[in-house]
Structures are given as structure tokens and as C-alpha cells.
Design a protein around this ligand. Structure first.
Ligand code: 24R
Length: 500
């Protein structure tokens, strides 16, 4: 504890050890996330704080799982753990601070993404998820609120509070966030860990490209009924490739659902990307001398203590300082040099939690798997100048209300439901139709909106999609002005389901 940074137990802590708290940047039911300053290096970090005396044993267990997962994962698209500070009354996880906020806010402000924009983020998400699954870890709470964006709009998967080791066994805990949770969990069945992450990945992709939830609902009964009808509305403004991928991801039967391996080879995912960045795990034992020099010369650390801390992965202040300095250096240098070692085709590339209803509200996760950095992604405001697809900020609709903290353990917030238009059948058992609350004020449909239910005429294949695609994109563009983001004022808590 640095002198002068001690805080009495009575006063609100404004610092802990070598970190000075600045403000709260996230609040869940079990934990707060604070922006803090790492005093020795002057670097901003995120500190997830859990007050032990306010938590049940299961939530302490939840955090223990999060620590285990974060220690096991080192990936550019997964938020990095720097230090674990375990005191009498608090457990603090010091992590990298991701400056761009989360994908929920991005969608709320800018509306749904074009498929090109969504593809880059989806690729990174797949890469991060593959990294988790390769290490036996399933996330179990994938949603826009848990996907952060950095300054270059690269994604950082966060919140491993519901993650767990699956190790080839079936899981039984009923957990997740209602609108993103897989059908097998909704049905209280034993489930395969990776398959439930793939379902949530499908819901996230749907939300990214439409701004709507495929299966909105205020309670588990409504969502379950909608999911189990095996119908999801796949808007015509989406390309055939995107709709096909969504069908594969949102397949109710887990054994028929796409696996990550299928996704890695999916045509939509592979469209036109190059510059694969091989993901390199930080070799903990061959230290970077430029970093250790700063630690010894400028910060007064003992050289002989740095390597043992890194090699043993102690996640103590020594390791944290090394990782923080290393991440600053990498930020200044940019992502690692491209080694085009794999072509697109050969491909690269976390119990007992309450299920909180999320009717479209903020709903307060290798081997050298290539990783994508999309430096060409620009901040939306920059796009206006550069002539890329202009993204008008989505206008607020009557239903839009300011965010409020959610009482439920998984504050749920997600973009709005889209009006039901026509169903599409897919023959794969994947769900085919979305239902929407009345009064949603925009029509995101193709020019042939109002088609009777039934097979939606396939839009011309290929990214261009011809006139239908252009019309669809026009509608998509217009719909950005009326993109609805439901308020997140109330969350229906569902019975807490204890792990079986
Ligand atoms: C930046 C913002 C918000 N949260 C974070 N960062 N950088 C985190 C890292 C973070 C680390 S763990 C974690 C979040 C988490 N959150 O578990 C931010 C930046 N801006 N605004 C916000 C500009 C969960 C949940 N996803 C618990 C707290 C509630 C959200």
C-alpha cells in the first residue's frame, strides 16, 4: 500500500494498493467496474471490484471462476487481466481499460452495422471464442454489453463471471441472459458448453446487423415459446450469405447447430478478408528487456524478482506492471506484423446466475489462431469525412429511455425488436420468424414488405445482391433513423436456478 493511499474502512475507498480510482464505468449486481490510474506508470486500467461481505458464496464462486478464466486466456480480443488483489473485504481484478465502451452503446448510438462492419467484429469474436473453447472455457454470457470496443473498434470480450470449464462434459447450470440464452438452457436440459456460446454468437450477430433481438421477451415463457417455434425473421436486406450463417447459428437443435469449426469456414465470415494477424500469446518467460529496464531503472523493481513473478503467473503488482508497460508499448507499436501464414479458407482464427429478462434492454469469452485487427475500421464520426457509409446516429424513439442500473445480476440491455414482416423457412430446423411488439415505428423490410408468410423470396446471392440488396440497404439506411432501442428501465428477474 502506497503511503497516503490507505483508506479507512469507513470512508469510500478512493484507491487500493498502487491504483487510484477515478470513476465507476460499469455496474453489475455482483460487482462494479472502476476506471483507475496505475500510479507507477500513469496508465488507466479497469478495476472490477467485488465486496465480499455483500455477496453470497455462489457469487464469490462466480468471481473465482472469472479469475480462473481470465488467467487462462491471453488473446488480443479478450480483455487482459493484469493483477488480482484479494483483501479481507474485497476482491479486485485489475484489467486493461478498453476506451470505446461496449457494443450495446455503439449500436444504440449508431444503429445496426453494415455487414462489412459486422464481419470484422464477428471475426474477432469468433477468434476470441475459439481461444476460450480451445482452453476448455465456455463464456455463457455473450451479449453486446460484454463486448467492448477499443479506439480502433477492435472488440474485447469481457465479463467471464458466468464462464466455466466444460472439459468435454455436459453442463447443467441454468445461466445467462434471457434473450441470448440457448434453447437447451431455456428447456432446463443438460447442454454442451460450446454450443450455447454459438447460439449466443448468433443472437449477437443478428443484433449487430439488424439492431433487433431475434427472440425478444419479458419472461422466459415468452422467449422460450418464440425460440421453440423454430422461426426467426431474417430481413431481406441481409445478404443470402448472412442469412444462411444466422440460420446455422440459430438452429434450435444443438447437435445440428453450426460449430465454431463450421463458422471458421463459413462463406460470409470469409468474404474478402486478408491481413490475418497471427495471435501470439505473451511468452511469459522470455521477458522484453526494454520493459524490464524501465521497471528496474525508473520504477525501482528488483530485476531478479520480475521473471519469477511472470513465470509463476502470480498476477501480483510486479506482473501487472510488466503487462501494463508491455501493453502500452504494443499500443504504440500497433498490432504485430502480418504473417500471412494462413489463407481465409484454412482459417484462423465460461452458474446459477439469474436469468434476467431482456426485452431489448441493456442486459445489465490458440494455437496461433490468426486474429484480425481492423485498422481500417474508423470511428463512426470519422466515417462521415472519409466518405465511407455514413452512419446517422439512430434517432431516439418514444420507447428509448436512458439507461438505468439493472437490479438483476446480469443487467440486460439490447437493441430493439423489429416489426414482424414475413417468415422464411429454411428447412434446417433453424428458427424462422421474429415477433415484435406492436407500435414499433419502422419498417425494415424489403420493398416487397407485407409478403404473406412463407418462404421469403431469396435475395439475389452474393454481396451485391442486385436491386433487392440495394433496396434492402436503402431500407436499412432509413431504418437507422428509426432504430429502436428499448428502454432498459425494468428487468424481470427469473427464479434463480441452482446448478442441478
Ligand atoms: C471500459 C468500459 C467499461 N468496462 C470496461 N472497460 N474496460 C472493462 C474494461 C471491463 C473489465 S471487466 C468488465 C468490464 C465487466 N463488466 O466484467 C467503458 C468505457 N467507456 N464506457 C465504459 C467509454 C461487467 C458488465 N459487462 C460488470 C459490470 C457491468 C458490465
Amino acid at each position: 500500500m502506497l503511503p497516503g493511499h490507505e483508506a479507512t474502512s469507513s470512508e469510500k475507498r478512493t484507491s487500493i494498493n498502487h491504483y487510484k480510482f477515478i470513476k465507476t464505468i460499469g455496474e453489475g449486481s455482483f460487482a462494479k467496474v472502476k476506471l483507475a490510474l496505475h500510479i507507477p506508470t500513469g496508465t488507466e486500467v479497469a478495476v472490477k471490484v467485488l465486496h465480499k461481505n455483500q455477496q453470497s458464496s455462489s457469487s464469490i464462486k462466480t468471481l473465482a471462476r472469472e479469475v480462473h478464466s481470465l488467467k487462462a486466456l491471453q488473446h488480443p480480443n479478450i480483455v487482459r487481466l493484469f493483477e488480482v488483489i484479494d483483501t479481507k473485504d474485497r476482491l479486485c481484478l485489475v484489467m486493461e481499460h478498453v476506451t470505446g465502451g461496449d457494443m450495446y452503446d455503439f449500436l444504440r448510438i449508431h444503429g445496426p452495422m453494415t455487414e462489412e462492419e459486422a464481419r470484422g467484429k464477428f471475426q474477432q469474436l469468433v477468434s476470441a471464442l475459439h481461444h476460450c473453447h480451445q482452453r476448455g472455457i465456455v463464456h455463457r454470457d455473450l451479449k453486446p454489453e460484454n463486448i467492448l470496443l477499443d479506439d480502433d473498434l477492435n472488440i474485447k470480450l469481457t465479463d467471464f463471471g458466468l464462464s466455466t470449464m466444460f472439459l468435454g462434459r455436459k453442463l447443467t447450470s441454468c445461466c445467462g441472459t434471457l434473450s441470448y440464452v440457448a434453447p437447451e438452457i431455456l428447456q432446463g436440459l443438460e447442454y454442451d458448453g460450446p454450443a450455447v456460446d454459438v447460439w449466443s454468437l448468433g443472437v449477437v450477430l443478428y443484433v449487430m446487423v439488424t439492431g433487433c433481438l431475434p427472440f425478444p421477451g419479458e419472461d422466459i415463457g415468452t422467449v422460450k415459446r418464440r425460440v421453440l417455434t423454430r422461426r426467426v425473421h431474417l430481413p431481406l436486406f441481409l445478404s443470402d450469405e448472412c442469412r444462411n450463417l444466422l440460420r446455422k447459428l440459430l438452429t434450435v437443435e444443438p447437435s445440428e447447430r453450426a460449430t465454431l469449426k463450421d463458422i471458421l469456414n463459413d462463406p460470409w465470415v470469409n468474404v474478402g478478408h486478408e491481413k490475418l494477424r497471427p495471435h501470439r500469446e505473451l511468452p511469459c518467460d522470455n521477458m522484453d528487456p526494454s520493459v524490464t529496464e524501465v521497471m528496474v531503472r525508473d520504477l525501482g523493481f528488483e530485476w531478479g524478482k520480475i521473471r519469477p513473478s511472470l513465470r509463476a503467473r502470480k498476477y501480483d503488482h510486479l506482473m501487472a506492471t510488466y503487462l501494463i508497460l508491455k501493453s502500452k508499448q504494443q499500443e504504440e507499436e500497433g498490432p504485430p506484423t502480418v504473417i500471412p501464414s494462413v489463407g481465409p479458407q484454412s482459417f484462423p482464427t465460461g452458474e446459477g446466475q439469474l436469468l434476467s429478462a431482456s426485452p431489448l434492454r441493456r442486459s445489465h469469452s490458440e494455437p496461433l489462431l490468426p486474429t484480425w485487427f481492423h485498422k481500417e475500421d474508423q470511428r463512426p464520426e470519422e466515417k462521415q469525412e472519409s466518405g465511407l457509409k455514413a452512419k446517422e446516429p439512430a434517432s431516439a424513439l418514444p420507447s428509448l429511455e436512458s439507461r438505468t442500473a439493472s437490479p438483476s445480476p446480469t443487467p440486460s440491455r439490447s437493441p430493439g425488436a423489429c416489426p414482424r414482416t414475413h417468415s422464411t423457412s429454411n428447412g434446417t430446423g433453424a428458427p424462422e420468424e421474429t415477433h415484435c411488439p406492436p407500435g414499433v415505428s419502422y419498417n425494415r423490410n424489403s420493398p416487397d414488405a407485407g409478403q404473406p408468410d412463407g418462404e421469403t423470396p431469396a435475395s439475389p446471392s452474393g454481396p451485391s445482391q442486385g436491386w433487392r440488396g440495394a433496396a434492402g440497404r436503402f431500407i436499412n439506411f432509413i431504418s437507422r433513423f428509426c432504430f429502436c432501442l428499448p428502454s432498459k428501465k425494468k428487468h424481470v428477474k427469473l427464479n434463480q436456478v441452482k446448478p442441478l
